[in-house]
Design a protein around this ligand. Structure first.
Ligand code: C2O
Ligand code: CU
Ligand code: CU
Length: 537
């Protein structure tokens, strides 16, 4: 086994700045400073009794307020101190914005398909940044390519029309080498697109965004003896930085009062590295729910399930029918235990011991049924149309995720994509504009699951092969697809030994050659170079 020499490694790939910045506590608990003396036992998400904090629901202002911009939107990155649970505050980095006399932080943006977004990013951090609009079809100048990063004090203009169908998209910071640090500190929120189909579904099910239609952003932080600081050690850089405190909408251990009706949850995994195995449980039982949408909007039909995996950057849109419950009943949104398949540890790097390891069980959100009412709406049998992709004559390309390598980077272990690591000015892949390609993502044995994300285009999953049993038993058809993969995706989780085939249609209407990225959305992997440019010319 090689010693993971982080200094040489980071220096070797030109992101030595990460070292300097991770030394500072950009995000930390003030609980002790306030004399509360809150220890980990009160924040432990494995204890259901800790779920006593009202879930932050998006309102019309403030942190995670909903905003439909009617003018040029200014998003200013800055540090604020906010309460994440009563008596527990932390420093966060947020996108601050104001409109019509109201101030927003990390606004949940709501746009109608076809509308134009004009926005100015203003960098008031002490380091470079840039915004990426995750899942949206935009040209590369609007995509947050790190070559457009801006320095402290600078601004960046965005302007594009929203081409995507309705769906749960998101936006977050994307500077090279600092994505993990900045998203961990808070720079991420949702971008919801509405269209007629969406409006019709909400009307049919009598759903109200922020009340019965709940956007839910999941993140985990490391308690670290009362400090929330982003301090990945060598293990965390290799295996991903996971936390033992779990937040829903920037609320630690949240609860929500609900009534006996259908609720919609649009869940984003905005964690740096943690995968969730989501289920709704009451006592020992699992409540069925219906998956209705994924990264790129509604599926053709609902799929009734009792669990879904949600990897970093993925979104799941689901309906939970509580009409058969009674006042006084309690459910939990929970992450069930699973095998995290960290087979990279065959390389001799020990798993860091956390109270809540990757794949460990914990609770996420408590649902208290406090009201009952007549509810007579049912889930429609058909939701949308998801056209098949024509792959006749499609070019085929393979990408291999091998065991981490220690060659050529000062003896450090790092992940790559077919042996490539990120170089700002080099695009190892060139795709013909307006063509369809089949991308085969091959994960190998001494590896770990990698949530792979393609910028610029939503894709379709054609099939999964070699899936571990915990995944294959959830497949909805003989090609191994999971319910969410019957729709449009921009991020796909590839487990060790799996081969996942995607179809991507690279048709775009932008002038000139575009340069996008393909990367792992475990942010430590992305920051250390498990990312490549691809050109669409
Ligand atoms: Cu959400 Cu390039 O990432
Ligand atoms: Cu993206
Ligand atoms: Cu990865």
């Amino acid at each position: 086994m090689r010693i993971f020499n982080r200094r040489e490694f980071l220096g070797g790939i030109g992101i030595g700045g990460l070292l300097a910045s991770t030394g500072a506590s950009h995000l930390f608990f003030n609980a002790r400073a306030q004399g509360q003396g809150i220890g980990y036992d009160l924040l432990d998400p494995r204890n259901p009794a800790n779920f006593t904090n009202p879930l932050r629901l998006p309102s019309d202002r403030g942190l995670l307020g909903m905003l439909s911009p009617s003018q040029n939107l200014t998003l200013t990155t800055r540090e604020v101190t906010r309460e994440l649970a009563p008596g527990v505050s932390a420093k966060l980095w947020v996108y601050e914005s104001s409109e019509a006399g109201r101030t927003y932080e990390n606004p949940i943006l709501r746009m109608t398909k076809g509308a134009r977004l004009d926005a100015t990013l203003k960098n008031e951090l002490s380091e470079k940044t840039i915004i990426h609009w995750h899942g949206l079809n935009v040209d590369w100048k609007n995509d947050g390519h790190p070559s457009y990063e801006i320095q402290p004090g600078e601004t960046y203009p965005y302007g594009y029309s929203v081409q995507n169908r309705s769906g749960t998209y998101w936006y977050h910071s994307h500077p090279h080498g600092h994505a993990g640090e900045q998203q961990y500190a808070g720079l991420a929120s949702l971008f919801l697109v509405d269209d007629e189909e969406e409006t019709e579904l909400s009307r049919m099910l009598d759903l109200n965004l922020g009340q019965t239609d709940i956007p839910l952003i999941l993140q985990d932080k490391q308690f670290n003896n009362g400090s929330f600081a982003y301090t990945p050690d060598d293990d965390a850089l290799l295996s991903g930085f996971i936390g033992d405190v779990v937040l829903g909408n920037l609320t630690i251990n949240p609860f929500m009062d609900v009534s006996t009706r259908i609720y919609r949850f649009r869940i984003l995994n905005a964690s740096n590295a943690r995968t969730y195995r989501l289920a709704f449980t009451s006592g020992a039982g699992q409540a069925p729910f219906s998956v209705i949408g994924s990264d790129g909007g509604l599926l053709e039909q609902p799929y009734q399930v009792t669990e879904v995996f949600l990897a970093p950057a993925e979104r799941i849109d689901l309906l939970l029918d509580l009409s058969r419950y009674q006042v006084g009943d309690v459910l939990f949104l929970e992450s069930l235990p699973f095998n995290p398949m960290h087979q990279e540890h065959e390389h001799g790097v020990p798993m860091t011991k956390f109270p809540v390891p990757d794949g460990g069980q914990f609770y996420i959100l408590k649902l208290n049924i406090t009201r009952s009412g007549a509810f007579d709406r049912g889930i429609p049998a058909r939701l949308s149309e998801v056209s098949a992709m024509d792959t006749t004559g499609a070019a085929k390309r393979d990408f291999i995720f091998a065991a981490p390598s220690d060659i050529g980077h000062g003896g450090a272990l790092y992940w790559s994509i077919s042996g490539w690591t990120f170089e700002m000015d080099r695009a190892p892949v060139s795709v013909k504009k307006d063509s369809v390609e089949i991308w085969e993502l091959i994960n190998t044995e001494l590896s770990m699951p990698h949530p792979m994300h393609i910028h610029g285009f939503q894709f379709r999953v054609l099939n999964r092969k070699g899936s571990p049993e915990q995944i294959s038993r959830l497949a909805v058809d003989s090609s191994g697809l999971l319910p969410a993969e019957t729709g449009w995706k921009d991020t796909v989780h590839v487990w060790p030994n799996e081969t996942v085939r995607l179809a991507v249609n690279f048709t775009h209407g932008f002038a000139g050659e575009q340069v996008y990225m393909f990367h792992c959305h475990i942010l430590e992997h992305q920051d250390l170079g498990m990312m490549i440019n691809y050109r669409v010319g």
